[in-house]
Every structure is written in C-alpha cells, then in structure tokens.
Design a protein around this ligand. Structure first.
Ligand code: ZN
Length: 427
C-alpha cells in the first residue's frame, strides 16, 4: 500500500477542489444502485424465488385469504415473465403461468410424461416437450371433432422462438371461440358452423384463384385476401386497401402491394370470422358450396345409368323423380339423352349444350322438354354447330349412348350420329 500512498493526491488540495456533493439526480440514483448492489449478494436467484413463492402459495398450513393468494400469484406470474426459459422446469412453469392468465383455461402436467395440456371443456392444446425443455410438437384439438388432432406449425414456431406473449394471444384466441353462454352441445354446433363457413369462404377464394394481381385480388374478388384460421387467430379477409395504407410514414417510401406484405403488415381494412353469442339463428353445419366441375370444366356429378347409383335415393321425396326412359323421348327431333344428364343432386338435371342446371322435381319430363324447346337452348345448339366445341365445354362426346339401358349399348340412331357430327364431336 506504500506505492499507492506515494501517488495519492495531496489531501489538502483535494478537500479544496472537490465541492461538497449535492444530492443531484445522478448521485441519488448512484446511491440507490449502490444499495441494490449491496443487497444483491443476499438475493436469491429468480428461479429460487419463484420456487419459494410457489411453495408459499400451495402451502396448506398458511391460511391465506384469497386476496393474498391472488396477489402472490400475480407476483409469481410477473417473476415468470422475467425468467429466461432454458430448462424443462422453467418451460413447464411458464406455460402454467400463461394458462393462469387466460380466462377459462386450465393446465395439466402429468409429470414425468412429456405432454402438457392447456385446455377447457371444448378444446385442448397439447404441447410435447423434449427433456431439455425444447418444444417438439404442438397439437390442437377441438372437441367438436375428436378424431382430428392437428399439429399447429404456427404454435410450434411461436414456442420455439420463445415468443410467449404471442403464444398467450393464441391461447386467448382459442378460448374466445367458445366464449358463448351456451351448453357444450351448442358450442360444438357453433364450432361446426364456424368450420363450415370457413370451408365455404376458402372454396370461394379458391374458385377465384386465377386472380393473382394483388389489387384485383383485394378489390375485385369475392372474399379479398383470405388468411385461414391458424392457431388462435381467426380467419381474416382483407377487403380494402387505401392508397394511404401503402405509404410508410417512417421511411417515406411506398409499400409495394402484394398479398404477402398485406398479410405480414396487416394492411388495409379487414374482417375476422368468429362466433359471438346472440339470439337463436339457423346456421350451416356443413359446407354449402360443392365444386361440381373438374379442373378442365367437366361436371363431376353426372350420374350414369351403369353407376348403379340409387336414383330413388337421390330424388327421394320428389313429386316427379328422375326416370331413365325420359332420355328415350325426343324433342324437336333430338333425343333427350343427347343433351341432358342426370346430376347427383335431388331433382336436378343438366343441359350439356347450355351448361345449365335444370330443375324437374315438380313438373318432371315437361320441364326438360320445355328447356329443349326454348329459344336459349336453340341458340346454344346453333352456336355449337357453328363453332368447334371448346375443350371441356360440356364433355358429351365420350358417352353419347348416355342413359341407354346397358342392353342397348352401342345401338346409335342415325339422328344421334348426324347430331354429333354436326356439332363437331367425334364418336
Ligand atoms: Zn340447353
């Protein structure tokens, strides 16, 4: 210490030069920090504190009132947020803490099994952890459909990234699907209705999937930009984007309009599709849209006589159910079988020439005859005769003996041959 003394400044000078320290903001802070540092040695680590709090809460012999308990729980949850999740234990604790913060969900951990559940009576999120605490898989099951347990890549990603606030939002979203003042049965039905509506909206979006230009996709397609429900986030339709939405005020640049940026930045006006309590309504519980054409435009739902499809079952309850012998009648010299097909829907047939569905359930054959005699149909036949049929325009060149009893297969009439030659079909 002798060396130190030799270089120390003259004590007299230092007293003169240093003004008496006034309690400025900095020194107060410094003092406080100093006190904290002094305390730090005595402090236990976060996980330790969290553990002792947990013990305090669950301890039966301390008779705490519920207020204290809630307060302690809040402190514990705040502590949880500050602990970096690095182990299985801390992961489990954090997930449990999250499930406490979301109203109406519970937590189940059958240690030592690697699966954890966050659930209520309508759904569960199953989280499968590695022994290290890393996330292996996250599955969601809606109990309206117990056979479908789907891995949710969105939630796996969120948890792997340690983004617990995002995960909380997902769990909140899942719980909110069922926040209805209703019986379990009705809640299941409500979820089915939601699913069915989502399917139909998805179908509508797909039917217009040829629209790829983003501006048209948003403003001129039936559902705008559709984002499917993922995890706890509802299905979202972005239906309007104003030019102002495409200005980035910070960088003073314009944002290019693409479906990706709209989704990523949440641009424009949108709606989400979810369920809320209301008075009784009739809702769909299955999809209402059926896509009846194959990609090349042919109908998928034409019933052939040889399919042995039960026509009586398809047309049950009709005043005039389908009869195959209608096809053997002719209207204006054309056999009905040349242009009409029976569809797999109750009381519906199809005109190949006009690509039009015909309803015959009440008037039977006369409905078909009336169509074949109509001006529109005649015009369509004429147009067909002038033009080579477009590929997939109807698909009636392959089975011109449609509806014939199998016994008569192969017996074509002169009229049939001439008709198909006239409209450019190959027999
Ligand atoms: Zn027609």
């Amino acid at each position: 210490m002798a060396a130190a003394e030799t270089v120390s400044p003259d004590p007299v000078v230092s007293v003169v030069e240093t003004p008496t320290p006034e309690p400025t903001k900095e020194t107060t802070l410094e003092n406080l920090m100093e006190k904290l540092r002094a305390k730090a040695g005595q402090c236990r680590s976060w996980p330790e504190m969290s553990k002792s709090l947990r013990v305090a809460i669950t301890e039966k012999r301390h008779l705490m009132n519920s207020g204290d308990r809630t307060q302690l729980q809040k402190v514990l949850d705040t502590l949880q947020k500050s602990i970096k999740v690095t182990s299985l234990q801390s992961m489990v604790e954090r997930l449990e803490s999250i499930s406490r913060q979301v109203q109406g969900v519970r937590f189940s951990n059958n240690c030592p099994s690697p699966e954890l559940y966050i659930y209520n009576d309508m759904f569960y999120v199953e989280i499968i952890l590695e022994p290290t605490g890393a996330v292996k898989d996250v599955k969601i099951n809606h109990q309206a459909d117990p056979t479908v347990i789907v891995t949710c890549p969105e939630l796996v990603k969120v948890l792997k990234a340690g983004n617990f606030s995002e995960f909380t939002k997902h769990v909140e979203g899942l719980a909110s699907i069922y926040q209805l003042n209703a019986e379990k049965m009705q809640k299941s039905q409500a979820f089915l209705a939601l699913q069915a509506l989502e399917t139909d909206l998805g179908m509508l979006a797909q039917l217009k999937s040829s629209i790829t230009e983003p501006r048209n996709l948003v403003h001129n397609s039936p559902v705008g930009i559709l984002q499917k429900r993922r995890g706890g986030y509802s299905l979202k339709l972005t239906y309007f984007i104003s030019p102002y939405d495409l200005l980035d005020a910070e960088t003073k640049t314009s944002i290019p309009l693409t479906a990706e940026t709209v989704i990523e930045k949440g641009l424009g006006q949108s709606v989400t599709v979810c369920i809320e309590s209301s008075t009784a309504h009739k809702l769909q519980t299955t999809s209402l849209i059926t896509v009846t054409k194959t990609t090349d435009g042919r109908r998928k739902d034409i019933v052939n006589r040889t399919d042995e499809a039960d026509i009586r079952a398809i047309d049950s309850g009709l005043k005039n159910p389908w009869r195959w012998d209608w096809l053997e009648k002719s209207v204006n010299g054309v056999y009905v079988r040349e242009v009409i097909r029976k569809l797999r829907s109750c009381g519906v047939a199809y005109c190949l020439v006009c690509s039009k569905e015909l309803i015959y359930g009440s008037r039977g054959f006369s409905a078909l005859a009336k169509h074949m005699e109509s001006r529109k149909h005649a015009d369509a036949v004429e147009a067909r005769q002038k033009n080579v049929p477009l590929p997939g325009a109807g698909g009636y060149n392959s089975d011109i003996s449609y509806g014939l009893h199998p016994m008569f297969k192969g017996c074509l009439t002169a009229s049939e041959n001439s008709f198909f030659t006239a409209i450019g079909a190959t027999c």
